[in-house]
Design a protein around this ligand. Structure first.
Ligand code: ITT
Length: 189
């Protein structure tokens, strides 16, 4: 069993759709350290959560990076969603010429073992394996009812993520790609 340490139900739905492992949502309020690097935030959270539960854990840190806003909201995406809201992120981007943006997802996995076969390992006690996914798209006026978070303002190939079925979003999304890298590694261990 894999414990996904997150308070975000949307992330758990997507992980269950992408992984064959039995994924359990686990609420543990790990310390979200301040960093510009999503991998550092996720690795710290996974190590702390593993030390708490002593069983395999996964933490995911993700964010939306808008080119014309110098990568804002980036690592602060959750805070900005809660404070400004996604409509205002659209309105900040609207007057800019360039509406390009990327979603990034960093999965951190820790089970107390050395994990040396993983493509990226953050050394420490215990080590943490990191898997990354990224998708590029365009910021648009909100459309669609599905998904969560910034999905209504992120357009990929003509549709927003909120206009896609969950499986379709997983096929293209940052999280779907990170989960795929994680699953591929899991199969070859
Ligand atoms: P946990 O930390 O508890 O896992 P969270 O929602 O706070 O949940 P993050 O700290 O990783 O997650 O913040 C990510 C932010 O980016 C948050 O505002 C999400 O809504 C948003 N986000 C991440 N992936 C997204 C996706 O696939 N679609 C839309 N918004 C997304």
């Amino acid at each position: 069993m894999l414990r996904f340490v997150t308070g975000n139900d949307g992330k758990v739905r997507e992980a269950r759709a992408a992984l064959s492992a039995d994924v359990t949502q686990f609420s543990y309020d790990y310390t979200e350290i301040q960093s510009h690097d999503l991998g550092t935030i996720a690795a710290h959270g996974a190590r702390e959560a593993y030390q708490e539960v002593g069983e395999p854990v996964m933490v995911e840190d993700s964010g939306l990076f808008v080119d014309a806003l110098d990568g804002f909201p980036g690592p602060y995406s959750a805070y900005v969603e809660d404070t400004l809201g996604i409509d205002r992120v659209w309105h900040l981007t609207e007057p800019e010429e360039d509406h390009a943006a990327a979603f990034r997802s960093l999965i951190a996995y820790c089970d107390g073992s050395a994990l040396e076969t993983a493509p990226t390992v953050r050394d420490g006690d215990p080590p943490v394996a990191i898997f990354e996914g990224r998708v590029e798209g365009t910021i648009v006026a909100p459309r669609g009812e599905g998904g969560f978070g910034y999905d209504p303002i992120f357009e990929y190939d003509g549709r927003t993520f909120a206009e896609m079925e969950p499986d379709e979003k997983n096929a293209y999304s940052h999280r779907g790609r990170a989960l795929e890298a994680f699953a591929d590694w899991g199969e070859t261990r």
